[in-house]
Write a protein that binds this ligand. Structure first.
Ligand SMILES: [Fe+2]
Ligand SMILES: [Fe+2]
Length: 294
């Protein structure tokens, strides 16, 4: 197992670290300063490179996405099936985490996950801009749950930080495998460009749909390793709440969008498949680093 990520950086490492730094800046509130024109020039260049990378990635999933039905009920059934047959589903990493992982394994896994966390609440907020009413309302309800319905203790992001603090995790971009950075970079790239707004809806919907199974197994592993209930609440919560979130997202965001404009079906499907491919790549890499047979 890697104790830190110490091998020389690959092309993928360098690209995703650069993109992670770009996204950190993209989302961080700031102030006007003298270099703002140069900043915009730099951002333009990086956004073009990001767009080329996303288009290359999109082309890889497009053939499967094209199979998604364009009637809303058929589309949702196809989308739900991804839970069983989508890329990375049923990966042996999760039974291992539930039943066999050592505390060192679990800490390494969670460090990667925390470093690659894209911030679901902000992705929702950015994606919902100018969507039609029904999907907009669903994203608003989901956002409000992410925000603990106004209660700081119920906010999901800080809940993950509680676990990270309890386990003394130290997530850093430099010690994060590129597959995990690529996942966050994909989610940010889809959410931040209006041309991928519907891809973002698909990608976020498939997170809701596939998170409960994985969260339940991570929660089991944390309990087995003696992590206190209060510290592992993030995973216990998502094992249950995301079942409801997923049903609502499919019924109130995916269904009405495809009903409104059937040509959105492949966009939602591509977004979902891109997100699942990112997850699958992470699981493969994590298993390799943790020497788990696959
Ligand atoms: Fe959440
Ligand atoms: Fe959720």
């Amino acid at each position: 197992m890697l104790d830190g990520y110490v091998t020389p950086p690959t092309t993928e490492d360098l690209w995703h670290r650069r993109l992670a730094a770009f996204n950190a800046k993209r989302f961080t509130p700031g102030l006007p300063g003298p270099g703002w024109e140069d900043d915009i020039h730099d951002q333009c260049q990086t956004q073009i490179e990001e767009g080329r990378w996303l288009e290359e990635f999109r082309a890889k999933v497009a053939p499967r996405a094209a199979e998604a039905p364009r009637d809303p009920a058929g589309f949702v059934a196809w989308f739900e099936e991804l839970d069983r047959s989508g890329p990375g589903q049923g990966d042996p990493l999760f039974p291992y985490l539930a039943e066999q992982a050592t505390m060192d394994d679990m800490r390494w896994f969670l460090t990667q996950e925390v470093a690659g966390e894209a911030g679901f609440e902000d992705l929702t907020a950015v994606t919902q801009v100018r969507l039609p009413q029904r999907p907009k309302l669903e994203l608003a309800r989901n956002y409000w749950d992410e925000m603990g319905r106004g209660n700081p203790k119920g906010m999901h992001g800080p809940m993950l930080e509680v676990l990270a603090r309890a386990l003394r995790l130290e997530p850093h971009v430099e010690t994060t495998v590129w597959e995990s950075l690529a996942l966050a970079n994909t989610m940010a790239g889809l959410a931040c460009s209006r041309r991928y707004a519907f891809h973002s809806v698909g990608a976020m919907g498939v997170i809701e749909q596939t998170a409960p199974g994985r969260s339940a197994q991570v929660a089991r592993g944390l309990k087995r390793l003696g992590v206190r209930a209060g510290d592992r609440h993030y995973f216990d919560l998502h094992a249950i709440l995301d079942i409801k979130h997923s049903a609502a997202w499919n019924a109130e965001a995916a269904f009405p969008l495809v009903e409104w404009r059937p040509e959105l079906a492949p966009a939602l499907a591509e977004g979902a498949l891109m997100r699942l491919e990112c997850g699958a790549a992470c699981f493969r890499r994590y298993r390799k680093e943790l020497a788990i047979p696959g």
